[in-house]
Ligand binder design. Sequence first.
Ligand code: GLN
Length: 310
Amino acid sequence: MEQGKSLTEVLGIVASEMQAHLGHGRVADYIPALAKIDPRQFGIVAASCDGQVVAAGDADMAFSVQSISKVFMLTMALEKLGGALWRRVGKEPSGSPFNSIVQLENERGIPRNPLINAGALVVTDALLARGDPAALIDGFVEFMRDRANDESVSIDSEVARSEGETGFRNASLANFLKAFGNIHSDVNDVLRVYFHQCALRLNCRQLARAGLYLAHCGVDPVSHAKVTTAQRARRINALMMTCGHYDASGDFAFRVGLPGKSGVGGGILAIAPGRASIAVWSPGLNEWGNSHVGVLALERLASLTGWSVF
Ligand code: GLN
């Protein structure tokens, strides 16, 4: 830690520096229910593997996790299916926007990775396995309540409905995947689960807590729950590092040097393996759909703490 600063001091510095940047970036107005959110908000929480929780800014404001849900659904899918999942989805960065369809035709319906929309739809389908969408949504919420250690965690049904009404790109991706035989369930059931998982609401405190198992070899260091194996936790972190910010993943790795996953709700989950799980939230997005201030804040946090996987 720079000049012996405590984590509390570091987060205080980051939060005060970020004030000057608030208001930059645009909220995700392609989802009407997210268009009305005030972009001038910022929260950050670091939950450390030794049980410390440090917060600054709007740490208790709930937001839509959106694509951050892909990390948790991937964890569930790997637990259920193991390595067989990799027959249906790749492990390479796409270099394309999160909702891009262009690679799918050339690559015959095998999405590049599970953290872009096409890949996440396949992961959701793999978990659904022609089953009941409502049961999978409930199972996901239960998984997230356990991870966040908070029974109040829930889905914002207005956001899910809003995305359902306007999610034409996701519907295109799902139908295209279905045409290649890489969606097995009913397309509408898969989309329904996907829109609901994205509409989960968490605040930074809950999200940082939820990601702790990824910083601690797959085991929740507080509850001791074995969420996944150490090898899978390492691999999920590797995918977050290479694919978690879409076509800005290289830039994020360069600037922050930690595995991270963004969502268009303005949240980012970053993992400092062996040390901490960090959640940051600020709704204004940059041109790649990642939180503008969130990335800046993590860059400063990494530089002030020295946390890096490199
Ligand atoms: N629900 C959003 C979508 O599919 C998630 C995208 C994101 O957070 N990058 O468009």
